[in-house]
Structure formats: C-alpha cells, structure tokens
Design a protein around this ligand. Structure first.
Ligand code: ATP
Length: 192
C-alpha cells in the first residue's frame, strides 16, 4: 500500500483546501519553522484513525480544526483525505470532524466506523502508529521503548496487528455467549 495523495481542508494551519501528490520513493518535507511540516504528518496519522489528541499536539480532538488567526475566522470542520493504492487499486479514506459532532469516516464514499479504517491500515502493515511515519521525538521513543512496545511495533510492521483486534473482539463475543449460556442453564434449572 502506498499513499498517493493527501488532501487537507481546515486541518490545523491548512485552512484552505490543499492537495499534495506523494511520489514513489522517500518523501521528506522541508520548510521554515512553523510552516506546518509536522501538521502534514499529523494529518496522515489523524486520517488513519489516531484517537489521542495528545499525540497530535492538541488538548482535545477538535483542536485539529483551524482555530483562526487575527486575520481569519476559525473553521467549523476539518477534513483529511488520503488516497492509497494497493493490490485492489485506489482507495480513498476520508476523516472529517465537525465542532460538537465528532469524527466521521468514509472509505471510497461509504460511511464506515473508525475500526474499519484502523483494520484497513493494520492489514496493510501500516497505520496511525506505524514506525514508517517518523515524526519528531519518535526515533528517541523507539530506542527507549520497552520490549513489549518493540514487539507491538514489529507486529505492526509484519501486518498482524489487525489480527489482535479481531481476536479481542472474538474473545468479547465468546464471553458474552458464555454468560448467555450460563443464564440459560440457570433458567432451565429454575423451571425444571
Ligand atoms: P517546526 O519546524 O518548528 O517543527 P513545522 O513546520 O513542523 O515547525 P508545525 O508544527 O507543523 O510546523 O505547524 C505549526 C503551526 O501550525 C503553528 O503556526 C500553529 O499555530 C499552527 N497550528 C496548529 N494547530 C492549529 C490550529 N488548530 N489552527 C490554526 N493553526 C494551527
């Protein structure tokens, strides 16, 4: 899976709609301090489902919406689109947040849950926490990571992180089914 295009509107400092084409090979972002380099990487991680405002350098999730400047009023929503290509052709993933209304996700125009987006990227061995997205402080964090955290990174790189999510969900369903069975047994014992 490769990220081919990135579109931003109202996301952090990208108040006007902007579209970037990402060519094959290594991509670096250069520019003066504060021009929005880190915001670009955060936009990718956010569209991939990042749920922690802190890791996006914000206090709350709505902090990703353009907050306004002395010359421009704030926006009511932020939207980031990433277009990726994989074995099945191009896939367009959109995340949008509106003030007071939370986040919504779409994959190829279809409304989906955050979980679907997370699984799409986890199965392709990438995602909001992928070590392939190297932001400031990240290298130090990888070096000082505990063994369990390093294992999680390797699992993500190997594309099996999605299996853990599915296993957890299957275990939860199993526990619910067991509780139901126990209840049925109790009812049967009472009636018999
Ligand atoms: P540096 O080289 O210093 O690390 P950078 O190019 O990585 O900088 P960013 O940190 O991506 O820059 O961008 C910071 C800019 O984004 C700041 O000017 C900040 O005011 C602006 N910014 C962040 N969030 C918002 C927001 N919600 N609304 C408006 N502007 C924002």
């Amino acid at each position: 899976m490769r990220i081919r295009r990135l579109r931003l509107a109202g996301f952090k400092s990208f108040v006007e709609p902007a579209e970037l084409r990402i060519e094959s090979g290594l991509t670096g972002v250069v520019g003066p301090n504060g021009c929005g380099k880190s915001n670009l990487l955060e936009a990718i991680r956010w569209a991939m489902g990042e749920g922690s405002p802190k890791s996006l350098r914000g206090g709350g999730m709505e902090d990703v919406i353009f907050a306004g400047t002395s010359a421009r009023p704030p926006r009511d929503f932020a939207e980031v689109t990433i277009v990726v290509d994989g074995e099945d052709g191009e896939t367009e993933v959109v995340r949008r947040i509106e003030r007071g209304a939370g986040s919504a996700y779409r994959i190829n125009g279809r409304d989906v849950r955050a979980r679907d987006v997370a699984l799409l990227f986890a199965d392709a061995a990438t995602g909001a926490h992928s070590p392939a997205l190297v932001s400031q402080n990240r290298i130090g964090a990888i070096i000082t990571a505990r063994p369990a955290e390093r294992r999680a990174m390797l699992e993500e790189a190997a594309g099996i992180a999605g299996l853990h999510v599915r296993r957890k969900e299957a275990e939860m369903r199993l526990r619910a089914a067991e509780a139901n069975l126990a209840r049925v047994d109790e009812l049967l014992a009472e009636s018999g």
